[in-house]
Design a binder for this molecule. Structure first.
Ligand code: EPZ
Length: 417
């Protein structure tokens, strides 16, 4: 029962509502830890990464409850400062609890958070920035202890605009003494959402949405009710699905303003995009154009999380496409699986892929190895003639609430088996 079966080779027609954002809600759960009060988070996606973060928060004394898509987090009593085990080592996002715990209790011992197949995913930028704020960090073989009496506001310039490091620094800085200026901050929408959440709770943050954030620490925070925006990568996944199969779909509640780069790419491939307040209508022909060159970039460039879904769609485009992956060192994992389905893709080192469009993909058994690559294999299954079986469904469930339900809404012949 850990596989997804798809009988593909037909256009997609239908509409589906886009779930709340995984990469937005996880930092908000960490931010709630800073608040000695109760927070309510609405439009929370029911995905396994949220469940694992909930377990981590409950393990240190929070009371986190989910009723449908509404989560309440009571962080009035923190009883533990140790975080270990699969929920930490298996989920990269656990690293966001570092900044929050230092801001709240001043100490944390935690296992090193998981890397994954897309890259080694170090945390040096996180640790170096926190050291500049006065944190002492003792690194051991498989875990580390971070301690600070009083976090000190300071000027921090990130060498690369890391999303997670930006989030950790913001979480620590709102509790620090004095002002923190963060330069070369990541500008992803998830950072904006985190800053808006904290500002509504009483924090003072300027420059939200830009690459230079000014955080005035020490303001008391209070519980709030907050709605998570829709997931731009889930919406982008379904966008690339119809680019692959052709058809006409409507993505209700899609976060349009956050999707400009991917909508532009879809139009370059030949899509007809109509935007309304309710969402995005996409009409596409299976006979789409190739992309002579596209590279993944930090926001507002084309997102690295969309690279595998795009590659799947381009595998039957008319012509030769080139994709350059500039963010992660090992994010072409699905190439071998797509080639099993008949795709013609050649890697040039670990940063560039050349995709020669073929007439069609052929269904077969393929294995998901990580979240977005797994979703891209489902796209390929919708495109392929015959039946495709995508195994290791659990990778996909980390970020997609119910990918079969969504694809069934879009007219795909798909089920869990
Ligand atoms: C976030 O990961 C997202 N995860 C990723 O989404 C996304 O791909 C990534 O940002 C880039 O947009 C969440 O938000 C939970 P980074 P994060 O720090 O914060 C290097 C998905 O599919 N780096 O911006 O880990 C790092 O190795 C996931 O939802 C260091 O060298 O990404 C990478 O090459 C996958 N040292 C680059 O920076 C550090 O201390 C960007 O990583 C930190 C990062």
């Amino acid at each position: 029962m850990d596989a997804i079966h798809i009988r593909g080779g037909k256009a997609l027609f239908g509409e589906t509502r886009i779930q709340g954002s995984k990469n937005a809600v996880l930092p908000l759960m960490a931010a709630a830890l800073l608040i000695e009060d109760v927070c309510m988070i609405e439009n929370c996606p029911c995905i396994s990464d949220v469940y694992h973060m909930q377990q981590l928060l409950n393990g240190i004394g929070c009371k986190v409850k989910c009723t449908g898509h509404v989560m309440t987090i009571d962080a009035r009593n923190i009883e533990e400062d140790i975080m270990a085990g699969e929920n930490v080592t298996g989920m990269r996002s656990s690293i966001m609890l570092l900044g929050a715990m230092l801001g709240r209790v001043g100490t944390i011992t935690m296992d090193y958070p998981g890397g994954c197949v897309i890259g080694e995913r170090p945390i040096d930028l996180h640790l170096n920035a926190l050291r500049k704020m006065g944190v002492s960090i003792l690194e051991k073989e498989s875990c580390f202890t971070a301690k600070v009496r009083t976090l000190e506001g300071t000027v921090i310039r990130l060498p690369i605009s890391s999303v997670g490091a930006t989030e950790n620094i913001v979480l620590a800085a709102v509790m620090a003494k004095g002002v923190t200026v963060l330069q070369n901050a990541a500008k992803e929408p998830e950072i904006v959402t985190l800053c808006e959440f904290l500002r509504e709770a009483g924090a003072v943050i300027e420059g939200i949405g830009g690459s230079s954030l000014i955080i005035q620490g020490g303001h008391a925070l209070h519980g709030i009710r907050f709605r998570v925006p829709s997931d731009r990568i889930v919406a982008g996944t379904y966008l690339m699905s119809v680019m692959g199969t052709g058809g006409h779909i409507f993505l209700e509640d899609a976060p349009i303003a956050q999707m400009r780069s991917m909508l532009k790419v879809a139009e370059e491939m030949g899509a007809e995009i109509d935007i309304s307040r309710e969402g995005i209508s996409v009409i596409a022909d299976a006979d789409k154009r190739a992309l002579s060159y596209l590279k993944t970039e930090v926001y507002p460039g084309f997102p690295t999380d969309m690279q595998s879904p795009l590659m799947a769609a381009l595998s039957t485009a008319r012509g030769v496409s080139v994709i350059e992956e500039t963010i992660f060192e090992n994010r072409f994992r699905i190439v071998d699986q797509l080639k099993k389905m008949g795709a013609c893709i050649e890697l040039q080192g670990n940063r560039q892929a050349v995709i020669v469009g073929v007439d069609s993909l052929l269904g077969c058994e393929v294995a998901a190895e990580e979240l977005r690559g797994g979703a891209a294999l489902v796209i390929a299954g919708c495109m392929a003639l015959g039946e495709t079986v995508v195994t290791n469904r659990h990778f996909i469930e980390r970020g997609y609430e119910d990918i079969c339900r969504d694809y069934q809404n879009l007219g795909a012949d798909i089920y869990i088996g």
